[in-house]
Design a protein around this ligand. Sequence first.
Ligand code: NAP
Length: 279
Amino acid sequence: MILVTGATGNIGRELVPQLLAKGEGLRVVTRDAAKVAALDPRVERIIGDLRDGATAARAVAGVDAVFLVGIIADASQTADRALIAESARAGVHRIVKISARSTGRGIGQVHLEQEELIRKSGVAWTFLRCGMFMSNTLGWAGTIAAQGAVFSPFGQGKMAMIAPRDIAAVATLALIDARHQGQIYELYGAELLTVAEQVDILSRVLGKLINLMDITPQAAGERMRAAGGSDQLVEGLVALWTMVRDGQAAFCNHEVARLTGRPAQNFEAFCQDHKAAFR
Ligand SMILES: NC(=O)c1ccc[n+]([C@@H]2O[C@H](COP(=O)([O-])OP(=O)(O)OC[C@H]3O[C@@H](n4cnc5c(N)ncnc54)[C@H](OP(=O)(O)O)[C@@H]3O)[C@@H](O)[C@H]2O)c1
């Protein structure tokens, strides 16, 4: 039995069908039953909040492997801490954790601390340190619809975004095959693009003119704070945006192809697959 946390999120939505296709027994946990109503009937559901230790204990009971998405929006990390502790108590064999390269503060630092907690828990682990997700660009839909524009703090910085489907493919391998235990995989896309190049691609796929408006990382941070983002989240993102803007995040690699035997999805294919969500 495999527990998938964040099954209704970007990676989880892709991971559930991939694990089912391998014939794995699955359990998911969500705070909202309606979000999992359409899932395959073979999937066990636990409705609850993982910040509640009793929900975490129920979620891991009888489970062999846990997919830990990382509920980073929860500044105290109560949910992830509870899940790691309960996994150790329940004798879970391995945890596959979504992580990120640490920039020494903000979200990356939180991931690093969580990696350390897992190492100390005694449960075997695989860490998937991911680059930026292509699904972040789905957040452009609102301003594309309202203003025909994308507002970006990345300047001319290049990045190699990764598709959640590819992260899910690597997570599937790590959840079912013990040979990935103790490994840290750095997962980036294979294509380095500026946001201007991304917007051009999306514009072509949607058949619609989209303007790109450059904003400073600080201005983007203020927007996020006004929308309710925590100080920790805003600080981490401003640091990340600045790094990309300064050209310090131009990493790409071929880990997805090496591990899965299939090349990473490129941004154009992602846009084609998600056309409806961008409109
Ligand atoms: N976005 C990036 O570029 C990027 C890059 C590197 C690493 N990461 C990491 O990737 C991870 C996923 O990020 P994401 O933005 O893609 O989020 P996401 O997985 O799309 O959404 C969050 C998921 O967590 C679940 N969740 C939230 N609070 C919960 C709670 N209290 N109890 C139970 N479930 C809860 C939600 O489930 P319900 O709403 O159904 O309850 C939802 O499925 C994070 O750890 C992030 O730091 C992201």
